[in-house]
Write a protein that binds this ligand. Structure first.
Ligand SMILES: *[C@@H]1O[C@H](CO)[C@@H](O)[C@H](O)[C@H]1NC(C)=O
Ligand SMILES: *[C@@H]1O[C@H](CO)[C@@H](O)[C@H](O)[C@H]1NC(C)=O
Ligand SMILES: *[C@@H]1O[C@H](CO)[C@@H](O)[C@H](O)[C@H]1NC(C)=O
Ligand SMILES: *[C@@H]1O[C@H](CO)[C@@H](O)[C@H](O)[C@H]1NC(C)=O
Ligand SMILES: *[C@@H]1O[C@H](CO)[C@@H](O)[C@H](O)[C@H]1NC(C)=O
Length: 378
C-alpha cells in the first residue's frame, strides 16, 4: 500500500509540473485561450484577442509569414477613410446614412468609416454584398439611432429590417438600430419587425443597441461578434443561422406573455452555425424561454450568464416539434441567477461539462484572430 501511495504522489507532482510548464510556455497568440470565468478579467481578454489581428498584420507587412491573417482585410485597413453624416447638415459630408452608404463604390476594397452624428435617422438601409469594409461609427455619449418601422406584413420578415447588411467585414460601434413598429397584438401573424439583419461574414458590433419586439435581430448567416451590446424584444428576438459570439451583452425581454430569446436556425449536421452567449445578462419580463426549435438542429449555448426570474424553469422549447428534442443542441454552462436553476429543465437541455463548453468559449469559435479588429479610435 505505501508503494501505491508513493506512486500517486509522483503522478500528482508530475501533473502539477505539466500544468505549470503549460502555463509557462509563451503563447504568441491567445485566441485559443478560453474566455475567463471571472468577468473582471474579460476586458483584458477581449483586448488581447482583438489585437491579434493587428499583430499578425504587422508580421505580414514585415514580410513574415502570418498565414492566419485575412489578407483582404489587412489591405483594406491600410489607408482607411472617414466620411461624416450629420442630420443637421453643418460640417457633415451627408445628412443621411443612406446617402453616405450610396457614395461608397461597389467593389470597395478600403475600409470606410461612416461617422454618424447624434440624433434619430428615419431611414431604411441595405448595404449590399458589393460594399465591403464599412464601419458605422457613433458617439457613445450621443448615440445615433437609425429607426424605421418595416414589418413582415409589408416587406416579409427578412426584408423588414431597418438596417440590413449583406456585405462582409462590416462593423458597427455605438449605434442603435431600432424597429419602431408597434408591439404585435397577436392578431396578425405577420407583424414581425426586424431592426438589424446581418448576413455578411466577419462582422463585429461593439456597444450597439438592437430594439424591437418580435424578431429584433436577424443574425442571419456568417461569423459575428457582439460585445457590450443591448438587445431588446419579445419573441424569437435573436434568430437566424449565424455563427456568433455574444459577450457581455444585455438581453432584455419586454414580453407580456410568452417570450423567446433565440430561434437559432441551424438545419443540418454539416452546418457550423450556432449562438454562444458568454457573460451576458438576461433581464426583463414575460414567461421567457432561452430558445425554441424553429428549425431542426438549433445550436445555442449560454455560459457564465445571469438569468433573471423571467426565465421559464423548463428553459427551452421544442417549438411544438417533439422530434426535435433529439436534434437540438441547447447548452448551459455555469450560469447564475434565479432563472438559471436546472431543476425544472426540459430533458433535452444540456448542462455542459467544461470539455463540452470549451469550443464555444474562445475566439477560435469564430476564427476571430484572422479578422477581428479593435474599434477605431477617432
Ligand atoms: C506559410 O506557412 C504555412 C505553413 O505554416 C505554409 O503552408 C504557407 O505556404 C506559407 N506561406 C508562405 C507565403 O510562405
Ligand atoms: C410607420 O410609420 C409611418 C410614418 O409615421 C406611419 O404612417 C405608418 O402607419 C407606420 N407603419 C407601421 C406599420 O407602424
Ligand atoms: C460590459 O458592457 C457595458 C456596456 O453595456 C460596459 O459598461 C462594461 O464596461 C462592460 N464590461 C466588461 C467587463 O467589458
Ligand atoms: C446543409 O446546410 C448547408 C449549409 O447551410 C447547405 O449548404 C446544405 O444545402 C444543407 N443541406 C441540406 C441537405 O439541407
Ligand atoms: C443585469 O441588468 C440589470 C438591468 O440593467 C441590472 O439591474 C443588473 O444589475 C444586471 N445584473 C448583472 C448580474 O449584471
Amino acid at each position: 500500500m505505501p508503494q501505491v501511495h508513493e506512486q500517486m504522489i509522483k503522478i500528482s507532482v508530475l501533473s502539477t509540473l505539466l500544468v505549470l510548464s503549460f502555463q509557462l510556455i509563451p503563447t504568441a497568440f491567445s485566441h485559443t485561450k478560453p474566455i475567463p470565468s471571472d468577468s473582471s478579467k474579460l476586458k483584458s481578454w477581449i483586448g488581447q484577442n482583438i489585437r491579434e489581428f493587428l499583430e499578425r498584420k504587422s508580421q505580414l507587412t514585415r514580410g513574415k509569414n502570418a498565414t492566419a491573417v485575412d489578407e483582404f482585410l489587412a489591405r483594406a485597413e491600410d489607408g482607411f477613410r472617414v466620411i461624416t453624416v450629420n442630420k443637421h447638415g453643418g460640417r457633415g459630408d451627408f445628412t443621411t446614412v443612406s446617402a453616405a452608404v450610396k457614395s461608397i463604390p461597389s467593389g470597395n476594397k478600403r475600409r470606410v468609416i461612416v461617422k454618424i452624428g447624434g440624433g434619430e435617422y428615419w431611414e431604411k438601409i441595405t448595404i449590399d454584398s458589393s460594399k465591403k469594409f464599412i464601419t458605422l461609427y457613433g458617439d457613445p455619449y450621443d448615440m445615433p439611432k437609425i429607426v424605421y418601422n418595416g414589418t413582415a406584413f409589408e416587406y416579409g420578415t427578412v426584408y423588414s429590417a431597418t438596417v440590413a447588411v449583406e456585405s462582409d467585414y462590416f462593423m458597427a460601434v455605438n449605434v442603435a438600430f431600432v424597429n419602431s413598429a408597434p408591439m404585435p397584438d397577436g392578431k396578425r401573424v405577420d407583424a414581425q419587425a426586424v431592426a438589424m439583419r446581418i448576413s455578411g461574414d466577419k462582422a463585429a458590433f461593439h456597444n450597439c443597441k438592437f430594439i424591437g419586439y418580435q424578431d429584433t435581430l436577424c443574425d442571419d448567416r456568417g461569423r459575428h461578434f457582439f460585445r457590450d451590446c443591448y438587445i431588446q424584444g419579445t419573441v424569437d428576438f435573436i434568430f437566424g443561422n449565424g455563427k456568433s459570439l455574444y459577450l457581455n451583452t444585455t438581453i432584455k425581454s419586454v414580453a407580456e406573455g410568452m417570450g423567446v430569446i433565440t430561434a437559432q436556425a441551424r438545419e443540418n449536421v454539416t452546418d457550423k452555425s450556432g449562438f454562444a452567449f458568454v457573460h451576458c445578462n438576461i433581464t426583463g419580463t414575460g414567461d421567457t424561454y432561452l430558445g425554441r426549435a424553429w428549425k431542426e438542429r438549433p445550436r445555442v449555448v449560454f455560459a457564465y450568464t445571469y438569468m433573471g426570474t423571467l426565465i421559464n424553469s423548463e428553459g427551452w422549447s421544442d417549438g411544438s416539434h417533439p422530434e426535435r428534442a433529439n436534434t437540438v443542441y441547447y447548452g448551459e454552462y455555469k450560469c447564475m441567477g434565479p432563472g438559471a436553476t436546472s431543476s425544472g429543465r426540459v430533458r433535452f437541455a444540456k448542462i455542459l461539462s467544461k470539455l463540452e463548453a470549451m469550443p464555444f468559449l474562445s475566439m477560435t469559435y469564430l476564427n476571430g484572430n484572422k479578422w477581428l479588429l479593435p474599434p477605431p479610435k477617432l
